[in-house]
Design a protein. Structure first.
Length: 453
């Protein structure tokens, strides 16, 4: 066979083996298999680590420090940095003092879930009845596995007169990201209705906590339409102390409500959400059927433990060394297969050429060529082919007798193969011993090439 054909066949076979078996080999393999696959992405990026929990406390010490009951004050400033006092929409009792207000927080963290419950007691600027705003926010861990949490639910008495929890849409995105064991940053991006115009706004807040207190500063910005600029809306600061005892926390809420004269609110269903709170749960939304809490179905619709992460470790990628071994093995298999295929083809071709030569010579031997042919008969046929009587058969002499024989139409390439198979020493001339040895091989194959009648 020509070398070019052998090369093309071998290459094609190797590519076939690689295309058929290597993908199946890689598919389903895990990353990080020594020597076989490359390291897992999760080794350097925890988001891809399937063994890494989404638990907030496990991912950041901030949550253990932050969790607890707080009592303190909230301070609000206008754009000039002055204390705020204003009329609160929906409550027809005049102006309220927003600097400061009594502020209470219950921070509950369970696994991937964070519930922030606040009671803000707002006093009237003169002698009118005070208000209590009970706000609930619901958060869950993010896919980042860095201790960050995303707010997805909110109850606020001004926004939910029917005491239902509002689920955040795509118009507001609020994240809390711990930056250390005692600090965290809050960022909010959303769209608000400002004078009938949907206007982008942002919120930036920082939280600092220690074993006994919590301080938080929030800054609200509004983006001006068509200008790309932003303007300060207001700022608020929360200074609070962590309570050691639940009874003390509840007692301080009760005292603040009494001092603000909240019980003087007139009877009205519209005011039911801002009255003195009853049956305050210090483990808010951790028990079944609690008021102002999201259902378990809603939790699961937002909890990362029930959602598909965008950070999925892909199938293993073969290392260069292992790929090289696979290629070498594929080439070895290809060469081995080619060897046996080529050997079978050569054997078939050799038999065909022997048959053609045997028939050609058989026409000059009485009774044909068989395993009973005598040395004298072989000698006579050798001498008949050796036209120049120099004791050897040249290519020209052998080719001439093949051409003179009926049915011995061989191509030049086949003739060269035939002659080479007889010319054992490769000197370009067939001696009688080489001639006899070739016929001995024909006889060993059991072939008989009789002269045609």
């Amino acid at each position: 066979m020509p070398r070019s054909f052998v090369s093309r066949f071998s290459t094609a076979l190797q590519l076939l083996l690689l295309s058929q078996y290597v993908p199946d080999l890689v598919q389903g393999l895990k990353c990080g298999i020594p020597f076989v696959t490359k390291d897992c992405i999760g080794d350097v990026d925890i988001r891809y680590d399937a063994d890494k929990s989404y638990d907030l406390k496990e991912n950041s010490d901030f949550w253990g420090n932050f969790e607890g009951l707080y009592s303190g004050y909230a301070y609000r400033y206008n754009t000039s940095g002055l204390p705020m006092s204003r009329i609160i929409e929906g409550f027809p009792f005049g102006v309220y003092n927003l600097f400061p207000t009594r502020y209470f927080e219950n921070i509950t963290v369970v696994g991937t879930r964070y519930i922030r419950t606040t009671y803000e007691v707002i006093s009237h600027a003169s002698k009118g009845p005070g208000l209590v705003f009970n706000v609930e926010t619901f958060w869950t861990s993010t896919f980042e596995k860095d201790g960050s949490a995303r707010k997805f639910g909110l109850f606020h008495p001004r926004d939910a007169a029917n005491e239902t929890v509002q689920i955040s849409g795509d118009d507001v995105k609020e994240l809390l990201v711990p930056s250390s064991a005692n600090t965290a940053e809050i960022s909010v991006k959303g769209i608000d209705d400002v004078g009938g115009v949907l206007t982008p706004f942002t919120l930036q807040a920082s939280i600092n906590v220690d074993e006994t207190s919590s301080a938080r500063v929030e800054t609200y910005y509004q983006y001006l339409p068509d200008t790309g600029k932003r303007t300060l809306l207001y700022m608020q600061r929360f200074d609070m102390t962590k309570m050691d005892a639940e009874a003390t926390w509840l007692a301080e809420i009760d005292a603040a409500v009494t001092a603000a004269n909240v019980d003087a609110l007139p009877p009205s269903p519209k005011l039911d959400t801002v009255r003195r709170p009853e049956n305050i749960e210090t483990q808010q939304c951790t028990k079944p059927n609690q008021a102002l809490c999201v259902s378990e179905d809603t939790w699961q619709e937002n909890d990362v433990n029930y959602l598909e992460s965008p950070y999925v470790e892909p199938d293993g990628v073969l290392t260069g060394a292992f790929t090289a071994i696979v290629v070498v093995v594929a080439i070895a298999i290809g060469v081995l297969v080619f060897y046996f295929v080529n050997k079978a083809m050569m054997s078939k071709q050799e038999k065909r050429l022997k048959s053609a030569f045997g028939k050609a010579i058989g026409q000059h031997v009485k009774g044909g060529i068989s395993n009973n042919v005598t040395p004298d008969e072989l000698k006579k046929t050798f001498q008949k082919i050796d036209v120049d009587e120099n004791g050897t058969i040249s290519k020209a002499e052998l080719k001439q007798i093949m051409m003179d024989s009926n049915g011995a139409d061989l191509s030049d390439r086949d003739f060269e193969i035939l002659y080479s198979s007889i010319d054992i020493d490769g000197d370009g001339a067939l001696s009688f011993s080489e001639y006899a040895a070739f016929f001995a091989s024909i006889a060993n194959d059991g072939n008989t090439f009789e002269d045609d009648p």
